[in-house]
Design a protein around this ligand. Structure first.
Ligand SMILES: [Zn+2]
Length: 411
């Protein structure tokens, strides 16, 4: 029975709207009555008149199946006061949350078009409309609505934040940068981390267009805002593209010291670029090989503070050149010092043992691992919000923070 009702309400949003406004009208009718204020006959008539008009128009449009027009006509028919306006905002928000974007848009557009509302209400309606477009994926319309609002109130922090998010989504880095700067002015909170990331993205684009000079210049700016790991990775890529091995190894060792946790993301990013950048800059691939070989041959003594990311990177590189014995040595020396049964490197060791056909050790290791396998095996997660993913993300798709990715080395 309740299911039927819910189903009915889902299919008849206009029904809810009519019902809600009727409640509001009746409420005021009775409130006035209770207060003992004698309603003038004229006022009472106007309420009835409005109501019957609503039903008439709504029925008319419902019959012809034009819900959009029905809502529009409906809003125009009612005498707007503070409370009915609030009801519309509530309903518009409800439609949007329900994913009925077209109806939310229709309500908010009709409100904006009314000439007998004050400017702050109109601005409120415009903000809601922008959110509708945003939620509905009408990106261009969302952007232009957000900008319209900022023309009236350029310090609207929520709108600035939303606009920044949409612009970063669309990878319009030039505009993203402009509004990020405005946001930092409006909030007085430093946005330098994010600005650095945006500039790195821009520099990356320049590199992909083979504009090395421009790429370096933009990257330089990015460092001035914040030396993020992605900026350092790009700087390394540029050195590799130029075939400048000295600089590459200098920056690499610096990275090893400062951001060891991001090491396997760095190699991942290098490999991702092999097709595109390797094609534009013939020296890239060879320099990368050189860098990898240097890293593999570096002798490491692992201790408690060694990043598992570093160990993992080394193992991956050795595996990719079919050196499973070498990988086995590296993983063993780390596990000796970090015998925690739950760490992901034990899984790596199992893989290597399988490759090396060491059957007895495979059985022992597998028994331990199966025991400890308790939750999800998504490879990466966001430190900020916990978002999980199997693919690398520099900007979290859930909380939109930059460089919060970490990899799961505990299973
Ligand atoms: Zn996140």
């Amino acid at each position: 029975m309740t299911e039927l009702l819910i189903e009915y309400l889902k299919n008849n949003p206009l029904g809810i709207l009519i019902f809600a406004v009727t409640i509001v009208l009746l409420y005021f009718y009775f409130v006035d009555k209770e207060r003992g204020v004698k309603l003038s006959k004229k006022y009472r008539n106007s309420i009835y008149e409005a109501q019957s008009k609503i039903y008439l128009n709504a029925t008319k449009y419902l019959i012809s199946g034009n819900r959009d027009m029905a809502i529009k006509e409906f809003i125009n028919a009612v005498n707007l006061n503070r409370e009915t306006i609030d009801t519309y905002f509530a309903l518009g928000g409800l439609f949007r949350t329900n994913g009925e974007i077209d109806k939310a848009i229709s309500i908010h557009r009709s409100l904006i078009a009314r000439d007998n509302i004050n400017e702050s209400t109109r601005l409120h309606a415009l903000r809601e409309l922008a959110k509708d477009f945003d939620k509905g994926g009408f990106v261009d319309k969302a952007i232009s609505s957000y900008k319209d609002i900022l023309r009236v109130n350029r310090d609207d922090v929520d709108v600035l934040k939303s606009l920044c998010r949409v612009l970063e989504d669309t990878k319009d880095w030039e505009e993203a940068l402009k509004y990020r700067l405005l946001l930092s002015k409006a909030t007085n909170i430093s946005q330098s981390q994010t600005i650095s990331h945006i500039l790195v993205q821009k520099a990356e684009e320049c590199l992909a267009q083979k504009d090395l000079a421009q790429s370096e210049e933009v990257l330089e700016q990015s460092f001035r805002y914040s030396p993020s790991a992605t900026a350092k990775i790009l700087r390394l890529k540029i050195s590799l593209a130029k075939g400048d091995l000295d600089k590459a190894s200098y920056y690499f060792n610096e990275f090893l010291r400062e951001d060891p946790a991001y090491l396997n993301f760095m190699f991942y990013s290098f490999d991702q670029s092999i097709n595109q950048i390797g094609e534009l800059f013939p020296k890239y691939t060879k320099s990368l090989e050189h860098l990898k070989n240097n890293f593999i041959s570096q002798k490491e003594s692992f201790d408690d503070s060694s990043s598992p990311s570093l160990v993992l990177s080394k193992i991956r590189l050795l595996e990719s050149s079919d050196d499973y014995e070498g990988a086995f040595k590296v993983v063993n020396s780390w596990i000796e010092k970090n015998p925690d049964q739950k760490n992901m490197l034990r899984l790596e060791r199992l893989k290597i043992l399988l490759k090396l056909d060491k059957k007895e050790e495979v059985f022992n290791e597998a028994a331990l691992l199966v025991d400890s396998l308790s939750h999800s095996l998504s490879r990466y997660f966001c430190r900020q919000c916990g978002h999980e993913s199997d693919s690398v993300f520099w900007r979290c798709p859930q909380c939109y923070e930059w460089e919060t990715i970490d990899f799961r080395w505990k299973v």
